[in-house]
Design a binder for this molecule. Sequence first.
Ligand SMILES: NC(=O)c1ccc[n+]([C@@H]2O[C@H](COP(=O)([O-])OP(=O)(O)OC[C@H]3O[C@@H](n4cnc5c(N)ncnc54)[C@H](O)[C@@H]3O)[C@@H](O)[C@H]2O)c1
Ligand SMILES: [Zn+2]
Length: 367
Amino acid sequence: MQFVDVSLPGGPAREYEVVLGIELPNGVADDLVRWQGAQRWAVITDTRVGPLYGEPLVQALRELGGEAQCLEFPAGERSKTRETVADLQDQLIDLGYGRDSWVIAVGGGVVGDVAGFVAATLFRGIPCVQVPTTLLAMVDSSVGGKTGVDTSAGKNLVGAFLQPRRVLIDFGTLSSLPRTEIASGMAEVIKYGVILDADLFESLEGELLEATLTGSEAALSRIVARSCDLKATVVSLDETEGGYRQILNFGHTVGHAIETVQGYGMRHGEAVAIGMVVEARLASQKIGAPADLADRIASVCARAGLSTQLPPGCSADDIVKAAFHDKKVRRGEIRCALPNTLGTMSVWNGEYGIPVKAEELMASLLP
Ligand SMILES: NC(=O)c1ccc[n+]([C@@H]2O[C@H](COP(=O)([O-])OP(=O)(O)OC[C@H]3O[C@@H](n4cnc5c(N)ncnc54)[C@H](O)[C@@H]3O)[C@@H](O)[C@H]2O)c1
Ligand SMILES: [Zn+2]
């Protein structure tokens, strides 16, 4: 097993570990029951992951003497709503859960965000453990404490920060994950390369990408460990996105706008891949980033199986409109985290969110 420490302001009591290479269900149940000391466990998962990993985990917890229940909601981004959260909260209250209970999020980023938000709000906050089962959740959403839901006006508009107590990763769960979902997770890995780690990006331009896509455990554990490490470093420097953490939004201003226009009908990583190429082009046009950066990103994305063309029915106009309704709009300008060059991000007036006008965004959408 490998461990990545996430240290946070407030001292050791708030620190937590990402454990890589633990096994579901028995290794995870053992870790929870022996070391985490809760009285009751609420395993929150979705209808696809529940039968595969959530229900066996509940069984294993019960065999170790723990009290546990499995709560499932319909799989997919369209379930990431206040209604799903309210429904789960009501079920937990009806089942008699209390402040001595812990939430275990078993699933992808949707489950992690929803279950994390339930934990952040129920009884004014109970602990949460993240057990990510998609590549995207392993490399990104399970670490860092952002939780929340979408509304019809935009992505993640309602939410809270709640750092997990522990993140438990079983790479074996990726064997049941469809290839398109692996590709979606690769978008966030490619992002880390662009924003922080030129070596990682260049390795992906080399053989690391195919090795990961074909399921090599060595390649997977390398990219997941490196991604968790990078995310942990960023989060430990800026937990609540006052500044530096904004760099993680590279590709996401446009990506979120595409997701909103598409009515959350496409995968997050697919939207982020398109967003990264558009924003890299913006970085070249606006701040002089290398002209070939957008093409290099597009080429790695294509090899991962990610299209970087705007989806049918999603015009540049729609994206500009949606982006300017996003929560990051200030004084009529949106903020984009933009690379100066491969592996380093640009700072403007001490901020990592660079102000962008509608016409500048439009120009980058129409190459
Ligand atoms: N909180 C954060 O910091 C953060 C960061 C990045 C993304 N996100 C959010 O994460 C979400 C996307 O997460 P995602 O891509 O994991 O999507 P997801 O949770 O919808 O999972 C994708 C699909 O894979 C299925 N699945 C999950 N694990 C499986 C497995 N092991 N085997 C078979 N099927 C499996 C799910 O049921 C779902 O149908 C978005 O809502 C995004 O906004 C949050
Ligand atoms: Zn993302």
